[in-house]
Write a protein that binds this ligand. Structure first.
Ligand code: FAD
Length: 428
């Protein structure tokens, strides 16, 4: 089908300047063969704040950040934990997985813990530099994507994307393509995939950052520490170059009444009471750590049915990327990793298409979705299974501990995930 000549002038839009959207912009800007196709990134927030807490980056994710040349900017901001240490409800260590040199040796790249705000800032600076250099990129803040539909046939192929600038009427702009990286509550996904099953999980995460000099000495080590209790677990690890300990408490059956958002106070009172009751069942030394929290923030966890096919990730000239495509429970610590991989794969495929002289959104997105959906679905499923084991009680908890005590490396390591990179998937 011939493309309407004017349609080629319309931009490719990227929705959402979170980790995935910025990663895509940065990776795209690294390759001269993609400069003929400009990307415009639109973000709903007027200012990009550094809200958030810790994210873990497995070697599959750090390998990509290294390839993008971001390691020097991140080096002083990340922490490289020596091991993951798993404890049961009695506080006994039941399994350990060495990280640090062991992961570097095994997978050729490190395991990092980082404040989301630090990683976000490094990606944003890289994108801003490329915009200043005059690369074919634009960043438009304070613009919310609300809808997407096909252009009328009389106007050729392409999309109309409904954008609302703050305080203005909805305005439809023409675009050749839309890559939606607008996060777990994606408006594009709701608009373009109205039947996708996607819901609050009845689970919530409470997070706090404790300055390291206020952390009890026993918990200051460079470790990812995990406590598994009935219907809840707790994770703690250092971030910000070791200056803070990130602590997250994840609870089941608490979703009701917790507002949507990343930076909410634990309200209403009932939510606060449930949280306090959950903390009371923790072993005494963990309670001592949790008591150091200066304040808590809460967010509801979103879960989707695992992706079923490539059509769940891309249709025509619209593609989903990161949490918009595959929201997952954080029990594999791969939300950021999968967004970075998506960006890497999309860019690698775009380069191959550009070199072959056929950079068309619908074909590119079809190949992208084919390369990504099964791997992302596998991570979504594994995250759900981990939740069952982390929150087990009774005989199931006993069986879990027995398994971990005898085969921790086999159970806790994830070679199929850590060995892969977005690039391998794209070329494989
Ligand atoms: C403020 C914030 C704090 C977070 N804190 C943590 C944390 O502490 N720990 C953790 O594990 N994960 C956190 N996350 C989630 C984490 O960043 C993602 O799970 C993961 O990195 C995948 O990234 P993403 O790009 O798909 O989504 P996100 O990083 O969530 O980015 C989505 C972006 O899209 C923008 N957006 C949303 N809707 C629209 C729209 N309709 N139009 C235009 N723009 C839109 C959002 O403002 C945001 O900038 C946080 C996300 C956000 C937005």
């Amino acid at each position: 089908m011939t493309q309407h000549p004017a349609a080629q002038d319309h931009p490719w839009l990227v929705a959402g300047a979170g980790l995935g959207g910025l990663a895509l912009m940065h990776a795209w800007s690294l390759h001269p063969e993609l400069q003929s196709q400009p990307l415009t990134l639109v973000e709903q927030s007027l200012t990009l704040s550094e809200v958030g807490a810790g994210v873990q980056l497995g070697p599959n994710a750090t390998r990509i950040l290294r390839q993008w040349g971001l390691e020097p900017a991140l080096r002083d901001l990340v922490c490289q934990p020596e091991l993951i240490q798993a404890r049961n409800a009695q506080g006994q260590v039941v399994g350990e997985l060495p990280l640090a040199q062991a992961v570097e040796q095994r997978y050729g790249s490190p395991y990092w813990c980082v404040h989301r705000g630090d990683l976000h800032r490094v990606l944003l600076q890289a994108v801003q530099q490329s915009v200043q250099r005059g690369d074919a990129q634009a960043l438009q803040l304070g613009s919310t994507v609300e809808a997407v539909k096909a252009l009328p046939q009389s106007e050729g192929s392409g999309l109309q994307v409904g954008l609302r600038q703050q305080g203005r009427e909805l305005e439809f702009v023409k675009a050749q393509a839309l890559i939606a990286a607008d996060g777990v509550w994606s408006a594009v996904r709701r608009s373009h995939w109205p039947h996708s099953v996607w819901k609050d999980s009845d689970q919530v995460a409470y997070r706090t950052l404790v300055p390291m000099d206020q952390v009890p000495p026993a918990w200051r080590a460079a470790r990812v520490q995990l406590w598994m209790l009935p219907l809840m677990h707790v994770v703690a690890y250092p971030i910000q170059g070791g200056r803070s300990l990130n602590v997250v408490v994840l609870l089941e059956h608490q979703g009701q009444g917790v507002p949507m958002g990343w930076d909410e106070r634990p309200q209403p009172q009932s939510v606060q009471h449930d949280f306090e009751r959950a903390l009371a069942q923790c072993p005494a030394d963990l309670r001592e750590l949790l008591a150091c929290a200066p304040e808590w923030r809460v967010w509801p966890l979103v879960a989707a049915h695992p992706l079923q096919s490539p059509a769940d990730m891309a249709q025509g000239a619209v593609a989903l990327l990161g949490d918009a495509a595959h929201p997952m429970l954080p029990y594999m610590a791969q939300g950021a990793g999968m967004a970075l991989e998506d960006a890497q794969v999309l860019v690698q495929l775009a380069r191959a298409h550009a070199r072959a002289g056929i950079l068309k959104a619908d074909t590119l997105f079809e190949h992208y979705a084919q390369a990504r959906w099964a791997r992302c679905a596998r991570v979504q499923r594994k995250a759900m299974r981990n939740g069952h084991w982390f929150h087990a009680s009774g005989v199931w908890a006993w069986a879990r501990d027995l398994g971990l005590r005898s085969q921790a490396q086999r159970i806790m390591d994830v070679p199929w995930l850590y060995q892969g990179t977005g690039a391998d998937v794209a070329s494989g």
